[in-house]
Design a protein around this ligand. Structure first.
Ligand SMILES: [Zn+2]
Length: 332
């Protein structure tokens, strides 16, 4: 096994010059409704899950109290949720890309001739069952997990990273901003030890495969989005992974503008790269709830459910952008 020392960061090159999109100074034109309508049009039939999640106005949150919330669900017992609520089958999706996530949260494995790269590590309670167990079921060796890219420092993606560090000496990668955010977080039961820092445009090369990372702030201030070449029965495609999707951040016009600018920029990058596959880190967003089962019954010559075409990848990011514009315009 090749020793991966910190010096191997030389293995990263900068993929050309990536210009930062200028921040839009002026307020967006149109109305909330016109931007929701633009998002609905962009969603078409294929991205309706994303549209429904992002474009609905957030419900008012009533102040919770025992007296006013008699129908509130009983509190969940301490400890991890029952396995039956999150366990999912591992699935080979491309020649070199495997789903090793849970029912709701995705983790992906890129298999190369020199080891495995994991994209998002799910929770500390599910990483062993789903990522380690899933790789074994698929005939892959988890001891060869060389890198784990954590798209952003929220527990549903970072919780399993420390386990990979401890078990397999996996090198864990986050942006500087999200390493900082994780370090300040005292709630999560498991956090990776600070390791490799992802920078914008970085290329990770392993076993002849190259993943490219982009810092796309918005969902968190250091969210990383990724381009991954994938192969379907030998035919090359490019998968785009939008690293953070929901608007569960402190709401301000400035923050939404950052999200919007990142969505526009990553859309341009993905389209220029010819990305024709979209993978998400929540199964609700990329259609994985139907596409993963569909992989099992795919016949020779059938289209690949994840190969959606570059225009559909563009429309996906347009939904994120337009729903963010609408949400920003709803702010007082
Ligand atoms: Zn998140």
């Amino acid at each position: 096994m090749r020793t991966v020392a910190f010096g191997s960061l030389a293995a990263f090159g900068v993929a050309g010059i990536v210009a930062l999109a200028p921040l839009s100074a002026q307020s967006p034109s149109g109305t909330v409704d016109s931007h929701v309508a633009a998002a609905r049009t962009a969603a078409g039939q294929d991205h309706i899950g994303l549209f429904n999640r992002l474009c609905q106005p957030e419900p008012a949150r009533p102040a919770a109290s025992a007296a006013t919330a008699p129908t509130a669900a009983p509190p969940r017992p301490p400890g991890p949720p029952a396995k039956a609520t999150w366990e999912a089958d591992a699935v080979k999706v491309f020649d070199n890309l495997y789903f090793v996530g849970e029912k709701e949260y995705s983790a992906w494995a890129v298999a190369t001739s020199d080891g495995i790269i994991i994209l998002d590590t799910i929770f500390e309670y599910s990483v062993d069952s789903q990522i380690v167990g899933g790789l074994k079921k698929l005939g892959l060796d988890p001891s060869t997990i060389k890198y784990a890219l954590v798209s952003h420092g929220h527990r549903d993606h970072s919780g399993g990273a420390q386990y990979l560090q401890d078990s397999f000496k996996t090198r864990v990668m986050l942006s500087a901003a999200d390493w900082d955010m994780l370090e300040k977080n005292t709630r999560d039961p498991s956090k990776p030890k600070r390791d490799l820092v992802v920078t914008d445009g970085q290329v990770l090369t392993l076993g002849g495969q190259q993943l490219t990372f982009y810092i796309t702030p918005g969902h968190t201030m250091g969210t990383v989005s990724t381009l991954v070449p994938v192969f379907d029965r030998g035919t090359r495609h490019v998968a785009a992974a939008w690293g953070g999707t929901a608007f569960n951040f402190p709401h301000s016009k400035e923050r939404f503008q950052i999200y919007i600018d990142s969505a526009r920029r990553f859309s341009d990058i993905a389209v220029k790269a010819g990305a024709d596959v979209l993978i998400a880190n929540h199964t609700i967003f990329d259609g994985s709830k139907t596409k993963l089962p569909a992989m099992a019954t795919r016949k020779p010559g059938d289209p690949h459910p994840y190969v959606i075409g570059t225009d559909s990848v563009r429309r996906y990011l347009k939904v994120a952008e337009e729903c963010a514009v609408a949400a920003m315009m709803r702010l007082p």
